[in-house]
Design a protein around this ligand. Structure first.
Ligand code: NAP
Ligand code: 8YV
Length: 314
């Protein structure tokens, strides 16, 4: 049976299917010394977007043929190095588009309608003692900028339709869509009420949303980040939220997860989620199924369902 290294957790359904077809080694039960002795036998790795495959682990697996990543983002896997070594890498695109889009809309609406503040208002009894809560802002008819109009970005745009937004977008290339394209992110932020980040992580997007972009979004602006923490300059974001240079932030992802700076946790104008963009039972089951489908198809036929673009020609 092929030997597979599992990095990170897996659902019972995933484990059952993998254990029937492979000898499964759980990284949580081992260490680098074990890997140095046993790594040559391992041909496949199953991992997730957070853990990825660290360079030392890749180095200790000289016969690695395939990495199946549970998650669409693969910035924690060195794709160029995998291609150089002829290692196929797969991920789980599309099956999570709707869920992550729902999370983005949820964060935006929670900021606009002050869900945290008003929930606390009811729970504290303030409604009874102080009367009606202060008014909130309407989310109708806003100009919403999407940073990264890919699979999930488009799903977010679609899901926002009932709020009658004007959608604009920024990415490196102009897409064949009816929305207005901004070649410059700061220019787009200046034109927007809301900026929603949904690019991949990694060097090309590192701190793309910097102090200038946040200042352009402005005191009435709302930043939503469901991409990767690395895409936003977190220190600049805290400064902007504290000073009022930026109005609100709804964040699912952070620079050093699971650490979230106390300054962000203390701010009343933030809504924070624990990287839960795709975290429903249904969507995680679909991601798990595709992760194992890719693995087993590679073992059985040498082909895969959803290679990362860098591995399309392998
Ligand atoms: P996708 O279809 O590949 O879309 C990515 C978009 O980002 C594309 O429009 C791309 O356009 C743009 N982009 C890439 N690099 C850029 C750059 N340097 N500057 C500006 N735009 C750039 O990917 P997806 O399936 O929508 O997923 C996007 C990302 O969402 C994932 O990689 C992951 O990091 C994140 N994600 C988060 C969660 C969560 O739980 N919070 C869940 C799923 C995914 P161009 O190539 O034209 O620039
Ligand atoms: C997952 C994600 O939480 O797909 C992604 O890129 O960020 C999330 O759906 C993550 O990959 C699982 O570790």
């Amino acid at each position: 049976m092929p030997e597979v290294l599992l990095i990170g957790g897996a659902s019972d359904a995933m484990l059952t299917r993998m254990e029937a077809a492979c000898t499964l080694h759980q990284w949580a039960d081992h260490d680098m010394a074990w890997l140095q002795s046993n790594g040559a036998a391992i041909t496949h790795v199953v991992t997730n977007g957070g853990a990825g495959v660290q360079p030392a682990i890749m180095d200790a697996l000289p016969n690695l043929k395939m990495i199946s990543c549970y998650g669409v983002g693969y910035d924690s896997i060195d794709a160029a190095e995998a291609v150089r070594r002829g290692i196929m890498v797969t991920h789980t695109p599309d099956v999570l588009n709707a869920e992550v889009a729902t999370t983005a809309v949820l964060l935006m609406l929670a900021c606009y309608r002050e869900m945290r503040r008003d929930d606390a208002y009811v729970r504290s009894g303030a409604w009874e003692t102080h009367g009606a809560a202060p008014l909130t802002r309407s989310a109708e008819n806003q100009t919403i900028g999407i940073l990264g109009l890919g699979r999930i970005g488009q799903a977010i745009a679609d899901k926002l339709a009932p709020w009658n937004p004007t959608i604009v977008y920024h990415s490196r290339s102009k897409k064949d869509v009816a929305y207005t394209y901004y070649a410059d992110l700061t220019d787009m932020a200046a034109a927007c009420d809301v900026l929603i980040c949904i690019t991949p992580g990694g060097p090309s997007t590192n701190k793309l949303v910097n102090a200038d972009v946040l200042a352009a979004l402005g005191p009435d602006g709302t930043l939503i980040n469901v991409s990767r923490g690395s895409v936003v300059d977190e220190a600049a974001l805290i400064d902007a939220l504290q000073s009022g240079a930026l109005g609100w932030a709804g964040l699912d992802v952070f620079e050093h997860e699971p650490h979230v700076p106390k300054a962000l946790r203390d701010l009343p104008n933030t809504v924070l989620l624990p990287h839960a963009g795709s975290a429903t039972v249904e969507t995680r089951a679909a991601m798990g199924a595709l992760t194992v489908d890719n693995l087993l198809q590679h073992i059985e036929k040498g082909t895969v369902i959803s290679a990362i673009p860098e591995c399309a020609d392998l």
